[in-house]
Design a protein around this ligand. Structure first.
Ligand code: GLU
Length: 500
């Protein structure tokens, strides 16, 4: 049997990281088995549709390298691949279910449904449709249809017994039918609901493996009832555990809630753009490497057999398996992602690093700046490219800084020793003609040795005086070189004036 998997996003906005991970696993499972990876756009909920979201899906999949074999833009034998374009396909199937007694027309008005819902809520019960229209006779139904009364088609879920299905991660899942609602299959606008379309589409598109978020776990027994009614083989179900993140609990005003110990209360919640978590697009625009994000995301919910953590997409296409999928929710951790990304950045060739970093650096640094040298200094300490403008801002403009920065026990530097050191080294620097890093290094170190000082006593204040920062990419020589002679001396003099 040829494996066919599908990624079935709804065009409601961005590529959430959870969605990206679903797409990734779905893609990998198809590739691993020499199967077919299908993109299906689920746009039957037109109220939730966001303009441009479909393009964003294509774009994200393309950037991620998850190329689909069939889909709206590439075609295929099972099209159309956009649900709204398939809209005429669903009603005949719904009618088949009606004939089998597994679905029925419902003409209930919104007012009636609202009333029933309010009554249920008043009793503290969850609303379930009361099968009111199941009692209509054939003639009554026909009369209403002929009169053009609006209707929906509902699934007729048995009131007794159990419904269940098998899931690769959750095992056999079974629920009492009495807990299930008669969901709408075809809406008043003639479009199918997700609950119906997913069954019809997965079957008619020959999908063998359905991977999706576990929010569909509770509905899947109902889907299986439909597969049974049609006499169709259900696909293999793989409901993925969610991607969570750690956060602090907030009250209605968005203020952190503190516990008895006065500390913020930590919670684990689902990833959410609204709560400030990044989407795939956000990460890319902050200068994360696609390969690193993919690598990190694949491991959020899947473990490879060995110890290795770094994988290319090609390698994953061979390695990925269903056994490694996690049975418990995974935690998205920005720091871990940063670590991964930094590791990927370190492994870039200097040329590639420069290519990525260049545009970020050019935003803040003047023309003519030695970006090549700066990049060498930055590569080992970059977590994501978007942090570079801030990291190098001090090179473009001297920041304000307190004189306390000169104090450093380990380097035996105090405000007084810094003042002396800078006073003594200024004429030496002024006298330097060849402003190369090497010459700066040799000249200043000779001078230090001649005065019998500790290196740190000179180099610590010097670096602070020209950078205004405790931490810098590179030391005093590198920074003085990058700034150039005029800028270095001008900064040094200003800082010395501030030291008094
Ligand atoms: N359209 C659904 C979503 O975006 C997909 C669910 C599925 O894969 O069946 O959540």
């Amino acid at each position: 049997m040829k494996i066919r998997t599908r990624f079935a996003p709804s065009p409601t906005g961005y590529m959430h990281l959870g969605n990206l991970r679903t797409a990734l696993y779905t893609y990998l499972w198809a590739r691993k088995n020499g199967g077919t990876f299908i993109l299906r756009i689920e746009d039957t909920d037109q109220e939730r549709e966001v303009a441009g979201a479909v393009d964003a899906i294509y774009q994200s999949l393309k950037i991620a390298g998850l190329s689909h074999d069939e889909g709206p833009d590439v075609g295929g034998e099972y099209g159309p691949y956009v649900q709204s374009e398939r809209k005429d396909m669903y009603l005949p199937y719904a009618k088949q279910l009606i004939e089998k007694g597994k679905a029925y027309y419902c003409f209930c008005s919104r007012e009636r449904l609202d009333r029933c819902r309010a009554e249920a809520e008043a009793k503290g019960e969850t609303f379930k449709y009361d099968k009111h229209c199941l009692g209509l006779s054939k003639e009554e139904i026909q009369k209403k249809l002929d009169a053009g009364e609006p209707y929906v088609i509902r699934q007729n879920v048995p009131t007794e017994g159990k419904a269940g299905f098998d899931d690769v991660i959750y095992g056999h899942v079974e629920v009492d039918c009495s807990t299930l609602d008669d969901n709408v299959l075809i809406k008043a606008d003639g479009l199918p609901t997700y609950n119906f379309a997913n069954v019809i589409d997965d079957h008619t598109m020959g999908i063998t493996h359905v991977m999706r978020g576990n929010e569909y776990l509770s509905s899947a027994p109902k889907y299986n009832l439909m597969y049974e009614a049609f006499g169709w083989e259900p696909p293999v179900y793989i409901h993925l555990t969610p991607v969570m993140t750690r956060d602090v609990q907030k009250d209605e005003n968005g203020q952190p809630v503190t516990g008895e110990d006065g500390q913020p209360v930590e919670i684990v919640r689902k990833l959410s753009k609204r709560k400030g978590d990044p989407t795939f697009e956000d990460l890319l625009s902050r200068g994360y490497l696609v390969e690193a994000v993919i690598n990190y995301m694949v491991l959020l919910g899947w473990s490879p057999k060995g110890e290795e953590e770094f994988f290319t997409l090609d390698e994953l296409e061979k390695l990925f398996d269903l056994e490694g999928l996690s049975k418990s929710p995974s935690i998205f951790d920005m720091q871990k992602l940063n670590w991964f990304n930094a590791e990927y950045i370190r492994r870039l060739t200097p040329e590639k690093y420069r290519e990525y970093a260049g545009p970020w650096l050019e935003k803040v640094l003047p023309e003519g700046f030695d970006l090549g040298r700066l990049c060498e200094l930055l590569q080992g300490r970059t977590e994501f490219f978007g942090q570079l403008p801030e990291m190098v801002a001090f090179l473009a403009k001297m920041p304000d800084f307190p004189n306390d920065f000169y104090v450093n026990k380990k380097q035996k530097s105090t405000v007084e020793s810094a003042r002396d050191a800078l006073n003594s080294v200024l004429p030496v620097l002024e006298g330097i003609g060849d402003w190369s890093e090497e010459n700066l290094h040799d000249t200043v170190l000779d001078f230090i040795a001649g005065r019998g000082m500790k290196n740190g006593q000179m180099l610590w204040p010097l670096r602070i005086a020209v950078s205004g920062q405790m931490n810098t990419p590179g030391g005093a020589f590198e920074i003085m070189y990058l700034l150039g002679k005029d800028e270095t001396l001008s900064r040094l003099k200003t800082s010395m004036e501030r030291l008094g």
